[in-house]
Design a protein. Structure first.
Length: 230
């Protein structure tokens, strides 16, 4: 698990990718456009989840590969790194909060990841690698940049110094989506008797996530109001 910076207040881009050459191309493609963002690479699903979980309210983009190579421990044992679907399963326990880009040549797995995220109203896009590394500049980088700028409008300005004001709008949109999800689940609970437990648990997760986002939004608004008085 590698990070481009240890700064704790930056917006973060998390990339699940175990190929070092690809990591270098990804870094070159994004660092010049978004120098204020923290770019983090994970080579296992568990590391990607940790990077997302510790900064969930300031993620600008999650980018996921599916197939990962087995890791070897110092003792010579094989370690299962998980896969991109593991990260998707983690995201599905939360209300949508940031865009997700999927890059994999595993067609069935990539389609499943995208479909499940889309069904849960996550903003997602998929690109399919081809050739050597030319696909990074030709299709991956434009998709990543578009998703980031659409999610965090201030990212389109080179003068961006702090992502905090932009997060107010992002968090507000996420809160609205969470409310819509909660409303649909409540309707399901009232009209369907099957799978009650699973829907109830999902609703509890969404409500908890919504409360967290509202608290974050209130804090951001308060900070903006205080900064405006000085």
């Amino acid at each position: 698990m590698t990070r481009s910076s240890d700064t704790e207040c930056r917006m973060r881009i998390v990339v699940l990718e175990d190929d070092r050459d690809r990591q270098g191309e990804f870094s070159s493609a994004l660092s010049a456009k978004f120098p204020a963002f923290e770019l983090c690479f994970a080579e296992t699903a568990g590391d990607a989840i940790r990077l997302l979980d510790e900064a969930f309210d300031r993620i600008a983009l999650a980018d996921l590969d599916h197939d990962l190579n087995l890791l070897m421990t110092s003792a010579g044992n094989a370690l299962d790194p998980g896969c991109g679907q593991d990260v998707v399963d983690y995201l599905l326990r939360h209300a949508p909060g940031f865009p997700v880009l999927i890059h994999t040549t595993n067609d069935s797995a990539g389609a499943r990841m995208q479909a499940e995220l889309t069904d849960a109203e996550w903003t997602t896009r998929r690109v399919v690698p081809y050739g050597d590394l030319e696909w990074v500049a030709e299709v991956w980088a434009p998709a990543a940049r578009d998703l980031i700028v659409e999610s965090v409008p201030a990212a389109g300005h080179d003068s961006l110094a702090s992502p905090t004001p932009a997060r107010a709008g992002t968090l507000a949109s996420a809160a609205v989506r969470s409310l819509a999800q909660a409303d649909r689940l409540l309707n399901d609970l009232c009209t369907e008797e099957g799978a009650m437990g699973a829907r109830r648990d999902r609703l509890v997760d969404i409500i908890g996530d919504l409360r967290s986002r509202i608290a974050q939004l209130a804090k951001l608004v308060e900070q903006q109001e205080l900064s405006g008085t000085h």
